[in-house]
Write a protein that binds this ligand. Structure first.
Ligand code: ATP
Ligand code: MG
Length: 439
């Protein structure tokens, strides 16, 4: 046995204690993994068809990246990051979101020199949050980030693509809420007005809001504290401080959405949690998930690339919470489980394992897409048939001495009584399995 050095635990402790997963983290078991796979297949298939390209970035980045991109006074940076020191004393964080890393990747790899980019990623994010339904400490996002287009055509394309995703996923009760945060110039003006307003209502603010009053007053509008609901409800609205450019961008976006029959609600109170947004922001919300009903959120962030040291580059995007989609589909039984196995291969003890495996390879090669499970080890026919039934297979192929001698295959339908058990040539069997696979 190789020697393992346990740094933190005594050897006995390691051997005697069952270790469970960390709070807020999840496992995906075989019973649920098909839901994840199917969502990913549908969503990334659509991204592919719209001409978006995948990128992959590391789980770990310098903490500074998130501080400068997301903003110091945000939930994510203030209290939700998994950060630690490297062995050399540098502060490192597990990515809490993908936009900052995408901008870093695009800049570092020279993607933003001339060409516009339409990029996507699909990966886990990490936030130290209070775990609850729809809120995990590790959660997966499919994110899309687009660079080099002023919009609003591309902003509309993102929303149309979202609509296509909900349609192909079979989600019904999803609504779109939209708002505009204007340009930085509009926001400077609005910020002053907002600070004045909240200064007049200091008593109604909680500690967090007071702390944010001068550093990031717009974030107060995003508070989830019910006690502040009414002071937020009467706060001045950004829409009264928009300049011509901001108004045009937003109304052109709405006009495209109208022309494409995409329904939306303008919510003048919608602000996004992260600091880098400008112009349109949006959320796709479902009532079918309880409190954590936002399944996808995004907007335009024209200043971020410049803030990260690149040349000014317009940018827009969204991130979709895959965990919440899985929950929605599982809770509401929107999908039926897919067949995991088309055919189960059973063999008589007298047939050697190598013969069975060699044949199974030949059958697989002749039947593209076939999902075939081969019985492992030796067992009675009865127990092999039990496993075949449990696998959900439509057919069992039985390798027996007599059939092998005659050059035939014995095929039994496990779900179709009329078919019974038949002796078939290799070709006939393959054509039967092919048609069953395509159903
Ligand atoms: P919230 O206001 O719910 O905390 P957020 O503004 O922090 O959301 P974003 O950073 O915009 O969320 O992330 C985009 C999407 O990712 C969310 O709409 C949600 O679907 C998903 N998401 C965010 N945080 C979590 C989490 N902790 N667990 C599961 N999904 C999450
Ligand atoms: Mg959050």
């Amino acid at each position: 046995m190789t020697h393992i050095k346990y740094t933190f635990l005594k050897r006995n402790e390691v051997l005697s204690k069952k270790v469970n997963r960390l709070r807020g983290m999840y496992d995906v078991t075989p019973e649920q993994v098909w839901v994840w796979q199917k969502i990913e297949r549908i969503v990334t298939g659509i991204l592919d068809r719209y001409g978006y390209q995948e990128i992959r970035f590391p789980v770990l980045e310098k903490t500074q990246l998130f501080h400068s991109a997301i903003g110091e006074v945000t939930d994510v940076v203030e209290k939700e990051m998994f950060s630690f020191e490297s062995r050399k004393g540098e502060s490192i964080s597990m990515r809490p979101e993908g936009t900052a890393s995408t901008v870093r990747l695009a800049l570092q790899n020279g993607l933003l020199f001339n060409d516009p980019q339409k990029l996507w990623y699909n990966c886990p994010m990490f936030r130290y949050e209070k775990p609850q339904k729809g809120r995990n400490r590790q959660f997966s996002q499919v994110g899309v980030e687009v660079f080099g287009f002023e919009g609003p055509d591309v902003d509309a394309e993102l929303l149309l693509m979202n609509r296509q995703m909900w349609q192909e996923l079979g989600l019904k009760n999803v609504r779109l809420e939209l708002n505009t945060l204007g340009t930085p110039a509009c926001r400077t003006k609005y910020r002053e007005v907002l600070i004045q307003y909240f200064e007049q209502h200091l008593d109604a603010l909680d500690e967090e809001a007071k702390n944010r009053l001068y550093s990031n007053p717009m974030r107060i509008l995003d508070s989830k504290n019910p006690a502040m609901k009414s002071v937020i409800a009467s706060a001045p609205l950004i829409k009264d401080y928009l300049n011509q450019e901001a108004q045009n961008h937003f109304s052109e976006l709405l006009a495209i959405l109208d022309a494409c029959d995409l329904e939306y609600q303008v919510n003048p109170k919608l602000v996004r949690g992260l600091d880098y947004y400008s112009h349109n922001v949006f959320e796709w919300i479902t009532e079918d998930l309880g409190a954590q009903g936002t399944i996808c959120a995004g907007g335009r962030y024209n200043k971020l690339v410049e803030m990260q040291g690149g040349k000014p580059t317009p940018a827009t995007g969204f991130a979709m919470g895959v965990d919440r989609l899985v929950e929605l589909i599982v809770d509401h039984k929107l999908w039926q489980p897919e067949t995991q196995t088309d055919v189960y291969l059973i063999r008589d003890k007298v047939i050697p394992a190598e013969t069975a495996l060699k044949l199974s390879e030949k059958i697989r090669k002749a039947t593209p897409g076939l999902k075939m499970m081969v019985n492992m080890g030796e067992a009675s026919f009865k127990s092999q048939f039990k496993k075949a039934d449990k696998s959900g297979a439509k057919f069992a192929i039985i390798l027996g001495e007599a059939e092998m001698a005659a050059g035939n295959f014995s095929v039994k339908a496990l779900q179709d009584r009329d078919f019974g058990q038949q002796q078939l040539s290799f070709e006939k069997m393959v054509s039967l399995l092919s048609s069953a696979t395509q159903q």
